[in-house]
Design a protein around this ligand. Sequence first.
Ligand code: HT7
Ligand code: ZN
Length: 876
Amino acid sequence: GQIVHLENYRPTDFVLERVDLTFELDPRETKVEARMIFHRREGVSPSAPLVLDGDELTMTGLLLDQVAVPGTLYEATDDTLTIRGLPEAAPFEITVTTALSPETNTKLMGLYRTSDVYCTQCEAEGFRRITYFPDRPDVLAVYTVNIIADKASAPLLLSNGNYLGGADMGDGRHFASWFDPHPKPSYLFALVAGDLGVVEDAFTTASGRDVALKIYVEHGKEPRAAYAMDALKRSMKWDEEVFGREYDLDIFMIVAVSDFNMGAMENKGLNIFNDKYVLADPETATDADYANIEAIIAHEYFHNWTGNRITCRDWFQLCLKEGLTVYRDHEFSADMRSRAVKRIAEVRHLKSEQFPEDAGPLAHPVRPTQYREINNFYTTTVYEKGSEVTRMIATILGRDLFKKGMDLYFERHDGQAVTIEDFIACFEAASGRDLKQFSLWYHQAGTPLVTATGTYDAARQTYTLSLEQTVPPTPGQSSKAPMHIPLRFGLLLPDGSEARPSAVSGAEITGDVLHLTERKQTVTFSGIPSEPVPSFNRGFSAPVNLHLTQSAEHRALIARHETDLFARWQALNAMALDNLVKAAAEARTGQPIDCDDALVDALLAAAGDDRLEPAFRSQVMSLPSETDIGREIGSNNDPDAIYAGRQAILAAIATAGKDTFARLVNEMSLSGPFRPDADSAGRRALRNSGLSYLVYADGSPDKAADAFSSANNMTDLSQALTLLAHRFPDARETADALAVFKKRFADNALVIDKWFAIQATIPGASTLDRVRALMSDPLFNASNPNRVRSLVGTFAFANATGFNRIDGEGYRFLARQILDIDTRNPQLAARILTSMRSWRSLEKIRAGHARSALEEIARASNLSADVSDIVDRMLK
Ligand code: HT7
Ligand code: ZN
């Protein structure tokens, strides 16, 4: 693939006015007729040809105003169709006919089949796999879609917009027509046809319009869509109340499919979902599944305004819709659940996924300026860091001005395809604040490092903070300018109360936000009666690495007294991380591993504190992951030592906290029917955390086996199975439990994915053999993305000791898998390959093996653009 550069953007020469599509569906020979009305844009040369995009298409006809275009006037290559001799000014109609084979489309882009259902995925560049088209997001048109299909096998014919009508065709086929009045880019086109069950409901909008809601699932799975429907209605109401956004069609549909490359897709009026993010019941879904469903249903629904009504001018602007929509779904979940606990989960995710991306060879700005394969830019940087950047705008402006800016954005740009600059300009206009320096967050990659040191002058009663920021070099960006970093903070006095400075100099402070804007900044607070303990980055107001040397006692003070619950967790987490880094070093050199009593005391105090909500206490008990520890160490990492050190710390906490944990297991048990709400989930989480430490302390599988037998919901059942498998991989109890679980859920793909994932994450070098054996299990299915992710993806992403075997076998295994997956589904292959993004921070033996495996991939012939883009950047 060619590199695409942002600076080369220019509008199309021709304006597309409307599109009429007719599909005659057949598994192997679908016929698509696309009629497109264009006119030449003003000022464009009368000889300029029309150039349309295509990908793996077979064209069977081409008409200009219903007359065949002579061969001399068009040229079709692998990826374009160029037509010459077009009218100078008058509108004209181009009709393209193509023949497709949905059944053999294993890339799952364009029109494909999943479980006998026809379905489409067009973002980012899938529409060009259906017909030749100006397949770019700044081409907005009104679509009419006619679908013809066999009536028996495809009684349901769906597309975007409102239903116009349909009829039997008398030959075993029928048709349906849909009209979408909202101009949209081709990436939001969708079609679904097949035989599915439906769950129906309705929503009345704030202005009193009735909207029919339909969720389509495989027959028999209807009861498992109830929670998704509830989440949808709550999302619709929330968007009206919080962002003032009403839904704009008569019908909103969601279709759940079992073969899907990503989580879900926000097609106008017809969202298509990976069924993992729709289907749930207590017996088969965990609390985490419920939370994901709620968040993703909301996310796709919120795209109706942030993405669909206002879309991206080009794919460089992806964060315009994704970062903003993630921010919106985060806020929604925070309102539905516990805000602090939600924030902790978000920050854990950001640090374990986005920070490593930003620190490695795949680092790129939130708004990149070049790409080879756009599919590889649906990254945690665009999504999660993009959301954090939006959150910082809200932090800097404050709630009211942020809302004013959002309202202006909707008012100014409804119906348009715009840029990040347009977005920022709305907040500048609404607030009068210059956001030029702030906008560097979109353009400079890398996680800023902020260091802080404080000195107290008792005689003057002043506290002086010396702050310094550095943004590390990243690929293509060697030097960086200082950023505008909004740091929420508090100065805690020894009694836990918060200092109220009489004056501050050296920085702008608004509320509890300190605006760090210089490379080095000295900030002095006056009227501080005794030496304070600074608590920085409350609520994780800025996505930075903060280096602040702080004693365990000071961290414990924050953990006890901060008014911001997130900051309490942050202090405990930092304390744990200090210990875990030290423990890894001790494990590596064979020294005894020492766990700081202050950590044990602080963790147990929080875990046992009944005034705190259970979900928060459970978060406190969950130590930083092996990835987090590796990231903190930074370079020359030995995953085995990290693991051994972490196990020793876990053991010390488990032994010291036995009584507390036993009490939690008792007190947190729930009676009555399962409820997926946040409070019940929090109690289950705390109980399972306690159980996990107890099992750790007594070294026998009995308690986990009992928990497995007595579990009455999937959260408890899968946790018990995980405990057994991870702690006692070779025990008879584990083998029995795995067999029982497999037999009980053999016909439920989403649960069997969990069965694979639990085994793929068993720590230790021998898990690779287990993974290999599991690939031959009859339930393994190499062409189902969820299944491949659950075994191969989970092993590579989430099993540090198993994957990073010192002999390099893990990397070689992955390389072969990537090459195999790439032949069917390049997007999936490329995504799983990103699991190796931190290979350069490994110690040199492992890094050497990792490099060889990457080079093996790079050398292979017929690599897809997707994989070749990732592997080249990783080796650069
Ligand atoms: N906007 C959607 C992105 C998406 C996607 C991208 C590339 C290939 C397949 C895909 N499926 C969905 C998802 C979202 O962010 O809402
Ligand atoms: Zn999205």
